[in-house]
Design a protein around this ligand. Structure first.
Ligand SMILES: Nc1ncnc2c1ncn2[C@@H]1O[C@H](COP(=O)(O)OP(=O)(O)OP(=O)(O)O)[C@@H](O)[C@H]1O
Length: 293
């Protein structure tokens, strides 16, 4: 592969400037600029924030109306640049479009064919490698319709890993997984993040807390926060407190299992402050204007 190696130096794997895309008047992505280096980067945001649209743009599945980007040095505005960018990126979409009659092997092989791996022997070796890597060596001959949700997500991840891409785009890969499957999947994502850039969209703040060195919060098409998970949690420092009744200054407050209320917002004087979580910081980042750590 001829693309720059993101593991060398401090160069960003992905650079984007002013990305904008509207759907009939709705700015799904509104002037987004990003530099993504190595590691697992979390993308959080409420429904309709524009996460999927941004991921589709970065994965070269949808061109933006405005703005520019480079994926491992390749500019997807030209056909050649797009082809090169697609060679060095892997994309796990929200709906991977499985043909349920395919086996795991056939599906990943199909994706490898789309990635223009024409040498059958080398391609099949690569399909076996990625399926082994996600723990599906034994199940590669099984039909996708017979696999559990967690196993299907592994097939989708294997497909995204074909060709050992330097940039991996994962759109809500842990949705619908039970806690054990989610934990297993986190192991695979963390492994995939070693030595490459992984952009992980999720609604699970816990995924971000467990996996990511950096988190980006998006809302209404714009980036509201970009920093470490600890910095996101710290936005709620001094703004989470417990009380015996719901406080009037609380943006959110609920009675917990202990009978005490846990409140988030503007605390009254002498409030019994609690340690904030990443979710508290996330909710405050959504509530306010763009915030810097
Ligand atoms: N193909 C489309 N046609 C029209 N509007 C769209 C299309 N795709 C997305 N949108 C709109 O763009 C906005 C952003 O949607 P997007 O799916 O990117 O958000 P999201 O953050 O991924 O949401 P979710 O977490 O629910 O997946 C929403 O207002 C959505 O309704």
């Amino acid at each position: 592969m001829t693309s720059p190696d993101p593991s060398s130096g401090t160069g960003s794997a992905v650079e984007a400037a002013g990305l904008t895309l509207s759907y009939r008047g709705t700015r799904a992505v509104d002037d987004v600029s990003l530099d993504l280096g190595r590691g697992v980067i979390g993308l959080l945001g409420p429904n309709g924030a524009g996460k999927t649209t941004l991921l589709r743009i970065l994965a070269t599945a949808t061109p933006p109306d405005k703005g520019s980007m480079r994926v491992l040095g390749h500019d997807p505005r030209s056909v050649r640049g797009r082809t090169e960018a697609r060679r060095v990126l892997g994309y796990l979409p929200q709906n991977p479009g499985f043909h349920p009659g395919f086996t795991a092997f056939e599906f990943v092989d199909y994706v490898a064919i789309l990635k223009e791996m024409t040498d059958r022997r080398a391609r099949h070796a690569e399909v076996r490698r990625v399926l082994d890597g996600v723990g599906l060596a034994e199940l590669r001959g099984k039909r996708i319709r017979a696999l559990s949700g967690g196993m299907r997500q592994r097939v989708a991840l294997a497909a995204a890993l074909v060709g050992d891409p330097g940039f991996l785009v994962l759109d809500e890969p842990t949705v619908g997984l039970d806690p054990e499957q989610r934990m297993r999947f986190r192991e695979l994502i963390a492994e995939a993040g070693a030595g490459r850039t992984v952009l992980l969209s999720t609604h699970q703040t816990e995924d971000v807390a467990m996996l990511c060195g950096r988190v980006i919060v998006m809302d209404r098409g714009r980036i509201r926060f970009d920093g470490t998970p600890a910095e996101l949690a710290a936005l709620a420092e001094g703004r989470v407190w417990s009380s015996t009744e719901r406080s009037p200054g609380a943006l959110a407050g609920w009675r917990t299992g202990t009978g005490e209320f846990r409140n988030l917002g503007d605390p009254p004087a002498h409030a019994a402050l609690l340690t904030p979580t990443l979710e508290d910081g996330y909710l405050l980042a959504l509530d306010g204007q763009p915030v810097a750590p």
